[in-house]
Ligand binder design. Structure first.
Ligand SMILES: CC(C)(COP(=O)(O)OP(=O)(O)OC[C@H]1O[C@@H](n2cnc3c(N)ncnc32)[C@H](O)[C@@H]1OP(=O)(O)O)[C@@H](O)C(=O)NCCC(=O)NCCS
Length: 448
């Protein structure tokens, strides 16, 4: 699969929320050399600032392990497993620093108002050029503008949790991080949290300590709203995942995937055989299947919350959030439901979101059209029938492949419908919350 915030291992396997597929054994690209100011001075400026105000800035020392995360209220690697389900550190809003963390003088904090088209374009371009890519730099995520608005403008979003860093002189956007308010159920407790996403530093200012600053600043602003816990995912393993899941992909357009080397044909297989074995019906087969509509919100809210109650970690939805999340938007989110015609209740649901990747350095193709299995609930049909129809809808909309994590009940259809492992991992994290480890099948949050 395309780049994801996870890590891929093994040859010919795409990575996941960390990474996508390796195709060649070409040497890794060298990091671009930083020659000129102002970018070059971030390390120096951070160090100087740190000397002035010892505890206010973070300097990353690559020779030491997790110097930043060691200072944060997260479970550390060496800590024993816990049976607790509670905050690590109790804080009050009054204790929280009122001013933003200082940045080196060449940089400034900005609010990124994504209702503003120019700002939206800037964020889009920053992510398109600098967000997650695979180890071989073959694919890079290409979150669309519409996707960013869908992901970030959920009901009750906090506009000052969408944070950017600009170069003062040129006004160029070089850093980004976001939080959205969510209610998360951890086992038997419902906790107000922030869901953190889109952490990004421009390639020219990597390994200089901007990530810890972005994390600390978003944390500060979240804390000021009385929220002291967060949920996030990453392909990178940092202290300490509450669960780790694996990415799988189901090819749809075999020709393109083989052409770009997304995966290699197995022994005794060729394009025609793949196409025959993986052939899908032309139309969905389940009776009374249709797109989700606003009028379904109450029924779907009941269905989703009831379904999610069996997982150890999940989001708690209300009707507004259901409508925002599941109303189909072209090339962003698709949600289809099965309606019981007698009761008008929604009994089953499938959904997927679009997250394309740029195909880097390929003369024939520039975009991998990818969708990701989102929430899927089968109560009156089988998961295999439900997800087969989901794949049919994806096929008819022109996607090259569907990706899925082995969370929720996804294991059931992953094996039956010929999904392949990408070798990529996605780790789930909680900030300032201690709880036991969970299995992937106990996780009920398909993160974007
Ligand atoms: C993620 C990114 C912002 C990190 O920036 P960086 O310049 O590599 O790292 P910095 O020198 O600023 O900071 C390093 C610290 O940030 C932490 N860090 C790096 N990536 C992280 C992530 N995804 N989540 C949380 N912490 C992260 C590191 O673990 C390290 O802290 P530690 O020493 O305590 O372990 C940058 O690599 C990037 O933009 N990558 C592409 C997009 C991406 O992968 N985003 C994350 C998606 S989950």
């Amino acid at each position: 699969m395309p780049p994801k915030k996870g890590k891929s291992k093994g040859k010919n396997k795409p990575k996941s929320k960390g990474k996508s597929k390796p195709r060649t054994n070409q040497p890794k690209k060298q990091k671009p050399k930083i020659k000129t100011s102002p970018v070059v001075s971030i390390q120096k400026a951070i160090t100087e600032e740190k000397q002035k105000k010892p505890k206010e800035l973070w300097k990353v020392n690559p020779d030491k392990q997790h110097e930043f995360w060691k200072t944060q209220p997260v479970t550390q690697f060496e800590e024993k497993k816990t049976e607790k389900n509670e905050p690590i550190k109790i804080q009050t809003v009054e204790e929280i620093r009122k001013e933003p963390y200082p940045l080196p003088k060449e940089f400034e904090w900005v609010l990124t108002d994504l209702t503003n088209k120019e700002v939206l374009d800037e964020v889009y371009e920053l992510l398109k050029g600098n967000y997650v890519e695979d180890d071989e730099s073959t694919f890079r995520f290409d979150y669309s503008r519409e996707f960013l608005q869908w992901a970030l403008f959920i009901p009750n979003y906090e506009k000052d949790w969408h944070i950017g860093v600009r170069v003062v002189q040129s006004k160029k956007l070089v850093g980004f991080i976001t939080g959205i308010p969510v209610k998360i159920k951890v086992m038997d407790k419902i906790v107000e949290m922030a869901e953190i996403n889109f952490l990004c530093a421009h390639k020219l200012i990597r390994s200089k300590g901007l990530a810890p600053l972005l994390i600390k600043e978003v944390t500060r602003r979240i804390n000021l709203k009385g929220v002291f816990q967060a949920f996030y995912t990453a392909g990178k393993k940092i202290p300490t995942p509450v669960a780790s899941s694996t990415y799988f992909f189901r090819p749809i357009n075999h020709k393109k995937l083989l052409d770009i080397g997304f995966f290699m044909a197995e022994q005794n297989m060729n394009l025609q055989r793949y196409q025959r074995i993986y052939r899908l019906p032309e139309k969905p087969q389940i009776p009374n299947l249709r797109r989700f509509e606003s009028k379904d919100s109450a029924s779907v809210c009941k269905l989703v919350n009831n379904f999610l109650s069996k997982f150890k970690l999940s989001i708690v939805f209300d009707e507004k959030l259901i409508e925002w999340t599941f109303l189909s938007r072209d090339q962003v989110i698709e949600c289809w439901v099965v309606e019981n015609k007698q009761t008008n209740e929604i009994t089953d649901l499938f959904s997927f979101y679009t997250l394309n990747s740029s195909i880097l350095n390929n003369n024939q193709y520039d975009t991998l059209n990818s969708c990701y299995a989102f929430y899927n609930i089968a109560t009156t049909v089988t998961y295999v029938d439900l997800m087969k129809d989901c794949l049919v809808v994806a096929q008819n909309k022109g996607y090259d492949l569907m990706n899925s994590l082995n969370i929720l009940d996804n294991d059931i259809f992953i094996s039956e419908l010929n999904f392949k492992s990408t070798g990529g991992f996605l780790h789930f994290y909680l900030y300032n919350w201690a709880c036991p480890d969970f299995l992937p099948k106990e996780i009920g949050i398909p993160i974007l």
